[in-house]
Design a protein around this ligand. Structure first.
Ligand SMILES: NC(=O)C1=CN([C@@H]2O[C@H](COP(=O)(O)OP(=O)(O)OC[C@H]3O[C@@H](n4cnc5c(N)ncnc54)[C@H](OP(=O)(O)O)[C@@H]3O)[C@@H](O)[C@H]2O)C=CC1
Ligand SMILES: O=C1O[C@H](COP(=O)(O)O)[C@@H](O)[C@H](O)[C@H]1O
Length: 492
């Protein structure tokens, strides 16, 4: 793994699209501003639009100005950007692209290193990967890496097919499958909180933990992605990837070393230990919901079925809550509850670890309930951890303990924003660190878990609950926890 100032050409397929503009260009800019990469880089944009390199540079410049508070040295930065228009299904264009890359390799001294970033619809992934190989673009003195955006397939068979196509051209260790949650500062911190604190690791098991709750709620609705979302739904869009990745990080055994292979291997074991949910049992473990009309902060919000490109009778879920069980020694009997949805009351990703009650609490009056200790990991929008303990408050003469919170906030400690997920992931890829990207085995196991659930829903085996926009989801999701004597802890 190269450590500092990695050198590379980054070819972005889909460079005129939304992802490139909103995430990729600003992230590369921040890497340069933060001196993570030096002068030895060039970015080549590919798409069909007949732009010139100057037009492309001006688009890159706009993207940075609209997303950053401060944007200096823009001219020097955009001078590293080049545009090469072509239709990626046309094999003859790859030779020309190779010519440009060879020339830029000389200009920027990038040592033959190439990243091919596929920021395009998945139907093109296989074609691009194969053409890159066939036309010799991966045949250099340096390394070649392929970055693939989600969704990685629609179910296990389609993901397998896609993987086979890509693997004909790239080895597993050249493939970087993006899950942008793995680039988030506090998701990466799960490991550190667990494995660098003597306080938590001894308690991190079914003897001391009652349940773990992972919530990722969004205020936004489906926006202009109705066409994609109708074929996806929250299960494929969020659960198969981001939610299961967070569960894997929370549940994995300590790796013997902090290497990519060891960490991935521990995550894979968790995914293998997930108790499979048979089609007929799905409604005991999973709740699906769809947002209806509602209101948030005086704003009237339309129902999902009234959004653009959404069927009037759509059965697509915009919300999922689930109870996951991990059948191993550490976690037997501990439910991992997950929930995610659009048009909810808050934008919030949080993990709440609820510890078991102590056997007897002398400080509580008879009949009073004992608040459990909670460890809350705030992933976004705020970043940090909160530990909820019980202590006597000064003003309280009764001697009764009350919940108090110990807050450790990253924003507060640093006084600056932590890097964007994409910034970290692009840098990791340039350095050859694939730890925070998903291995094929993880993708395959996640689809195996999710497929029977979507199959049951497609066959109408469980009701689709409705929830008002601006709420925290359907009542049925509360009942799921109530049956176990638990409740969702608030996240907003
Ligand atoms: N946008 C986001 O926030 C996120 C996106 N993703 C994923 O990233 C990928 C890209 O998404 P997004 O940027 O939103 O998509 P867009 O539809 O905005 O962009 C698609 C890009 O592909 C190009 N394109 C389409 N067909 C061809 C072709 N035949 N040859 C060459 N270029 C082509 C388009 O350019 P042109 O029309 O000029 O050819 C455009 O640059 C998708 O896989 C998506 O699922 C993942 C997470 C978040
Ligand atoms: O991958 C996706 O994630 C976003 C939510 O990401 P976040 O970083 O804002 O939490 C979600 O809106 C989108 O539907 C999904 O494709």
């Amino acid at each position: 793994m190269t450590q500092e100032h990695p050198k590379s050409i980054i070819v972005i397929f889909g460079a005129t699209g939304d992802l490139a503009k909103r995430k990729l260009f600003p992230s590369i800019y921040r890497l340069v501003q933060n001196e993570k990469i030096g002068k030895n880089f060039a970015v080549v944009g590919v798409a069909r639009r007949p732009w010139t390199t100057d037009e492309f540079r001006s688009n890159v410049s706009d993207s940075i100005q609209s997303s950053m508070k401060e944007s200096k040295d823009l001219e020097e930065f955009t001078s590293h950007f080049y545009y090469h228009p072509f239709d990626v299904t046309n094999p003859s264009s790859y030779l020309e692209l190779n010519g440009l890359l060879t020339e830029l390799d000389g200009t920027y001294q990038t040592e033959g290193n190439r990243i091919f970033y596929l920021a395009m619809a998945p139907e093109f992934f296989g074609t691009i990967a194969q053409n890159l190989k066939k036309e010799g673009l991966t045949d250099t003195n340096g390394w070649s890496r392929l970055v693939i955006e989600k969704p990685f397939g629609h179910d296990l068979p389609s993901a397998r097919k896609l993987n086979q196509e890509i693997r004909e051209a790239f080895n597993e260790n050249q493939i970087y499958r993006i899950d942008h949650y793995l680039g988030k500062e506090m998701v990466q911190n799960i490991e550190v909180i667990r494995f660098a604190n003597a306080l938590f690791e001894p308690l991190w098991n079914n003897r001391y933990i009652s349940n773990i709750q992972v919530t990722s709620s969004e205020i936004l609705g489906v926006e202009d992605r109705g066409r994609y979302y109708e074929n996806s739904g929250a299960l494929r869009d969020m659960v198969q990837n981001h939610m299961l990745q967070m569960v894997a990080l929370l549940a994995m055994e300590p790796p013997i070393k902090l290497t990519t292979d060891e960490i991935r291997s521990e995550k894979v074991k968790v995914l293998r230990a997930l108790r499979a949910v048979a089609e007929d049992e799905v409604s005991q473990y999973f709740i699906r919901g769809q947002y209806g009309a509602g209101q948030l902060e005086d704003k009237q919000l339309v129902a999902y079925r009234d959004e653009n490109n959404v069927d009037d009778n759509s059965q697509t879920e915009t919300y999922v809550a689930g109870k996951l069980l991990i059948d191993n020694f550490r976690w037997a009997g501990v439910p991992f509850y997950i929930r995610t949805g659009k048009r909810m009351a808050a934008k919030s990703t949080k993990i709440v670890v609820q510890f078991k009650d102590i056997p007897m609490n002398l400080y509580y009056k008879k009949g009073e309930t004992v608040p459990p200790n909670l460890l809350i990991i705030h992933i976004q929008p705020e970043e940090g951890i909160t530990l909820q303990l019980n202590a006597k408050k000064d003003e309280d003469e009764s001697g009764i303990s009350k919940p108090v919170k110990l807050d450790l906030s990253n924003n507060f400690l640093d006084g600056i924003n932590t890097p964007e997920a994409y910034e970290k992931l692009i840098y990791d890829c340039m350095r050859g660190d694939a730890t925070n990207f998903t291995h094929w085995d993880e993708v395959a196991l996640s689809w195996s878990f999710v497929d029977p659930i979507s199959e049951a829903w497609t066959k109408g085996k469980a009701a689709l609950a409705s929830y008002p926009s601006g709420s925290m989801g359907p009542k049925e999701a509360d009942d799921l926890l109530k049956e176990d004597g638990n409740q969702w802890w608030p996240v907003n």
